[in-house]
Design a protein around this ligand. Structure first.
Ligand SMILES: Nc1ncnc2c1ncn2[C@@H]1O[C@H](COP(=O)(O)OP(=O)(O)OP(=O)(O)O)[C@@H](O)[C@H]1O
Ligand SMILES: O=C(O)[C@@H](O)C(=O)CO
Length: 418
């Protein structure tokens, strides 16, 4: 292994794995910290954690354990992947995890760059934009767990860190790799171990990537990985083997637990042409809707690739949370989708597409997936995946905000055929 990556959620991990695989690295995604060695052919390993919103101390412990495993596999550079919308609270977990990794790796400075131009995330003077709107006016200010109320990433990160946070502004980034490298060295000399780096386009990310050829630690969204494969290529270290993904033949289903605006539009588009079953939190909690009923509904229409969804608008989500409690609703819905996924896989469903990061985490964990082979990109940030483990199913894990309107149809075609 050359590059070792730690991702703070499951869809984010496959987003990053997609970038690295497209960059020509033989990439694998691992579910949690593995107990066994990585396959010898793995050049980039992505350990998927579910550490974005857990307690700070747990996030640090899990991230350090992942770091140790990756280094034991030979990784010479560590990448800490978080969300392109910098999802975190004033307490963490991005800052505390990054500082713990800096200390463990003895890094002099680490880049902080959530930029992902293909999905509209850009950073200028340390301020994060989503499709041209400041982060705190993009809808992310209403996120249920990590409301992003401040677009100034340097200031937001500084709430979370012990040390000061630096900035490499766009004026420097556009001068190219040597200037970026010099600016990062100046930040390190000033004892600023974390430096937010502006970028607005893939060319900027490639220049930043080249400046990090020798960096022990890199942090960011999946965009920060764009320029890294070229460093290993230039050093003659890549095999050129690429990915070992293959498609599957067999029935398909879609599970959507994401309630983002984009997901809700995708659900409307998909259920206009396929059967859909809406699952309400009240019915799951009361027992009126069971996984057995949903399973029968899906299997009765399996040739039409049905969707089961709980996606609802913000008012309905809030009303359900007020009635039952936020954690209780999430646990009930996630448990429901996890159990249903296992029943479907065991009944022969060969292709499954999941909407939502938390929902994907629940499904992948329930399916006892050990690792994924990375296939072609479906839409920016979402690859086709082939699972290894007791259930060798093909999956796509879609972040709430990602994917075109017709994403689910495209995803099923990318995973194989009926
Ligand atoms: N109808 C509903 N009412 C209340 N909560 C719901 C409902 N449907 C789903 N949920 C919960 O909302 C959360 C959705 O989070 P999830 O991470 O799956 O989607 P997302 O936040 O849109 O995606 P991402 O994290 O990739 O941006 C889950 O915990 C899910 O169980
Ligand atoms: O970076 C992103 O936006 C995604 O990979 C993600 O982490 C969503 O949960």
């Amino acid at each position: 292994m050359l590059l070792g990556c730690i991702a703070d959620d499951f869809t984010g991990a496959s987003d990053l794995a997609n970038t690295l695989a497209k960059g020509g690295m033989a990439t694998m995604q691992f579910v949690g910290v593995p107990t066994e060695a990585a396959p010898a052919e793995c050049e980039a390993g992505v350990v998927a954690l579910k550490s974005r919103t857990i307690a700070v101390a747990d996030a640090i412990a899990q991230s350090l354990a992942a770091c140790e495993w990756l280094r034991a596999q030979g990784a010479r550079q560590i990448l800490f992947k978080y969300c392109s919308t910098f999802d975190s609270t004033k307490e963490g977990n991005i800052g505390p995890v990054a500082e713990a990794l800096i200390e463990r790796l003895g890094a002099d400075v680490a880049v902080v760059c959530p930029v992902f131009p293909a999905t509209g995330r850009t950073l200028f003077n340390g301020h994060l934009f989503v499709n041209g709107r400041l982060l705190n006016e993009s809808g992310m200010q209403n996120h249920p767990l990590t409301p992003m109320i401040d677009p100034d990433i340097r200031r937001w990160l500084a709430y979370q860190t012990k040390g000061e946070v630096g900035l490499v502004p766009y004026a420097t980034v556009r001068q190219g790799t040597a200037a970026i490298r010099a600016a990062l060295a100046a930040e390190a000399a000033a004892n600023r171990r974390l430096a937010v780096v502006d970028a607005v386009a893939d060319a900027d990310l490639n220049a930043i990537g080249a400046a990090m050829a020798e960096a022990k630690l890199v942090t960011g969204g999946s965009g920060i990985a764009l320029g890294l494969p070229a460093n290993f290529q230039a050093a003659g270290l890549l095999s050129g083997r690429g990915t070992s993904f293959s498609q599957a033949t067999g029935p398909a289903a879609v599970l959507s637990g994401s309630c983002s605006a984009q997901s809700r539009a995708q659900v409307v588009a998909y259920t206009a042409r396929h059967p859909g079953l809406l699952v309400l939190p009240d019915e799951v909690i009361s027992g009126a809707m069971t996984t057995g009923k949903a399973f029968d509904h899906v299997m009765g229409r399996i040739g039409l690739a049905p969707m089961v969804y709980s996606s609802a608008d913000p008012d309905e989500v809030k009303a359900a949370q007020d009635r039952h409690g936020k954690a209780e609703v999430a646990e009930a819905i996630e448990g429901f989708f996890g159990e249903l996924a296992v029943m479907l896989a065991d009944a022969g469903v060969a292709r499954l597409v999941v909407g939502g990061g938390e929902t994907s985490g629940a499904v992948v964990t329930a399916l006892e997936v050990e690792r994924f082979h990375i296939g072609p990109e479906i839409d920016p940030g979402v690859p086709a995946l082939a699972a290894e483990g007791p259930r060798p199913i093909r999956l796509a894990l879609k972040s709430g905000n990602f994917g075109a309107i017709d994403f689910y149809d495209k995803a099923l075609a990318a995973l194989g055929a009926p």
